[in-house]
Design a protein around this ligand. Structure first.
Ligand code: B12
Ligand code: SF4
Length: 483
């Protein structure tokens, strides 16, 4: 690793950072004003460089003829094919391209065919080095966070610079502003990228930094209108409540900031009355919870049994609601484990508990997860067309059911969570009625379209040949014998 020189000795660069929109990515009414990965890059770029942002989720055009020294593209699995297409076009015109983000971090060989360099892992400690190398004409083909010191502290966001670089305007109280308090999550759910990415290192910003960032984000991005005087923040934390004491401190600061927000938080943290009370006082409109399954055995197979206890779900939701906290729920279905009856039970659970904005996904083995590794070894992944990795397409083996029927039934149960009586009860039983109504109606329409496209044959899972299970490994045989 070369040493970093003072900024004034490094040629100023013109940089374009792109957020691509996956070919099959659906339009969302609540997309983030900017992706956090991009926000972080802008905030840590040495000041002499000029940065522009183009976000395809908002329809920003991409100026392929623009004179840029570097085009950086962030990737997730569902948008990576689009990222590659954009990268190829810029490189065809002689512009240097760097790819980064969760997908390419686990697929270097695939990604480098479309880029001059690929960043694997977190960029905080390598970005300035990469830019210096580029300015010196010595760009390396790979920058891996493992070769740099660990990111023990996450940097505060520079909202003013992000605003200046982006094409977004100020937002009113109906649109959320992204921010994070913590990064990482120490748990090891098999379907999640976090444990092998940023996870084990759980970092928490200091209360003073949080207070200052909120004030700055409000000043830069928020405008008061008839829709309200209180800004709404989207916390992009993986899991807010991991360190209880520090979470309480953060929530006490937030309570003084006059904001509303939503955040991911594990269900077990919501068992604690004080945490719930402080969340409500801090302005939390909605806790985003990964319930994943209403079957404890399935949770155990995902390594999620430690945080989630199905038996306690309904009581915790009820207590939170009584305290004034809405609970949003995320669920998964897996053809290897979940029958049609399980799908019906999941829908019933969502409806009985009046969860807000439920998201139902089909198990998707994202590269970098333990699930991907296991399914790859067992030959259970049938489709690696990354465009389909939106979490709503069947890309894994489906032996017990007809794949097309499984795909359809899954969408129908998802739509069932947005049937009119379900929407009615959801709106009636939760606070923030207008938000709940509007988002539910939008989800309903989107799901109706998805069901129609499967029914019409426009969208179908790949053909799956007859499956012969691999011979059990020695370990599996031992476990079976122990059972
Ligand atoms: C917050 C969050 C959300 C929020 C907000 C999303 C948003 N639009 O920002 C909401 C709730 C809306 C959401 C929704 C979904 N999400 Co989400 N989400 C996250 C979460 C928890 C944090 C993302 C984040 O902001 N991280 C903080 C930033 C700073 O990290 P970063 O983006 O990785 O960036 C760093 C590096 O990657 C690198 N980098 C990134 N880009 C670039 C570019 C360049 C050029 C360079 C040099 C470096 C670089 O540098 C950055 C700083 O270190 C992640 C978990 C995770 N670990 O990433 C999941 C995650 C991204 N989500 C995921 C999924 C699957 C979804 C959904 C499909 C879930 C569903 N069933 O509907 C939807 C899809 C919505 C959509 N269209 O985007 C997956 C994606 C897996 C994958 N391989 O693509 C993740 C990884 C979780 C998981 N299951 O493992 N999500
Ligand atoms: S609790 Fe959430 S963020 Fe943490 S590993 Fe599990 S799914 Fe990922």
């Amino acid at each position: 690793m070369a040493t970093l020189r003072p900024p004034e000795t490094i040629r100023p660069l013109r940089i374009l950072l792109i957020t691509p929109k996956g070919h099959k990515e659906e339009d969302s009414s609540q997309k983030a004003l900017f992706l956090m990965g991009v926000g972080v890059l802008v905030s840590i770029t040495p000041p002499q460089h000029h940065i522009e942002l183009a976000d395809e989720l908002f329809g920003d055009p991409i100026d392929y003829a623009g004179r840029y020294d570097l085009v950086g593209i962030t990737t997730r699995t569902m948008n990576v094919m689009r990222a590659y297409a954009i990268a190829d076009e810029f490189r065809r015109r002689g512009t240097k391209v760097v790819l980064g983000g969760v997908h390419v971090s686990f697929n270097y060989d695939e990604a480098i065919a479309h880029a001059d360099t690929v960043v694997c892992g977190e960029a905080e400690h390598l970005w300035a080095q990469l830019l210096q190398d580029l300015a010196d004409g010595q760009l390396a083909p790979r920058y891996d966070s493992k070769d740099f010191p660990p990111v023990n502290e996450v940097p505060p966001l520079d909202y003013a610079r992000i605003f200046a670089a982006s094409r977004r305007d100020k937002v009113d109280a109906r649109k959320s502003i992204p921010i994070f308090m913590t990064r990482g999550c120490p748990y090891t759910c098999a379907f999640c990228v976090t444990p092998n990415f940023t996870g084990r290192l759980y970092r928490i910003q200091s209360p003073e930094t949080i207070r200052a960032q909120i004030a700055e984000a409000k000043r830069v991005f928020f405008k008061e209108t008839k829709y309200g005087k209180t800004p709404w923040f989207m916390f992009t934390d993986e899991n807010l409540g991991v360190n209880k004491q520090r979470t309480w401190e953060i929530l006490e600061i937030l309570a003084e900031c006059d904001i509303k927000f939503s955040s991911f938080i594990s269900i077990n943290f919501l068992e604690d009355e004080k945490t719930v009370d402080l969340l409500v006082k801090a302005g939390c409109l909605m806790a985003l919870v990964g319930f994943e399954s209403v079957n404890q055995k399935t949770l155990q197979s995902y390594n999620k049994g430690r945080t989630n206890s199905v038996q306690r779900y309904a009581e915790i939701i009820d207590n939170c609601r009584k305290a004034g906290l809405n609970i949003q729920g995320n669920f998964l279905t897996n053809p290897a484990m979940d029958s049609y009856e399980d799908m019906a039970a999941t829908e019933r659970f969502v409806r009985d508990n009046n969860l807000v904005m439920p998201i139902y996904s089909i198990i998707t083995p994202y590269p970098g997860t333990q699930l991907y590794k296991d399914y790859k070894e067992q030959n259970l992944i049938v489709d690696e067309d990354w465009d389909k990795y939106t979490a709503h397409n069947l890309v894994v083996r489906c032996d017990r059911y007809d794949p097309l029927e499984y795909q359809l039934r899954y969408l129908q149960h998802f739509l069932g969570m947005y049937a009119w009586p379900a929407i009615f009860n959801r709106v009636r039983n939760n606070s923030n009625r207008l938000v709940n109504l509007v988002t539910s109606v939008l989800f309903r329409k989107n799901l109706q379209d998805q069901v129609a496209s499967v029914q019409s044959g426009k969208r179908r899972p790949v053909q799956q040949g007859r499956y012969t299970s691999p011979a059990p490994t020695e370990k599996a045989e031992r476990e079976l014998a122990a059972d």
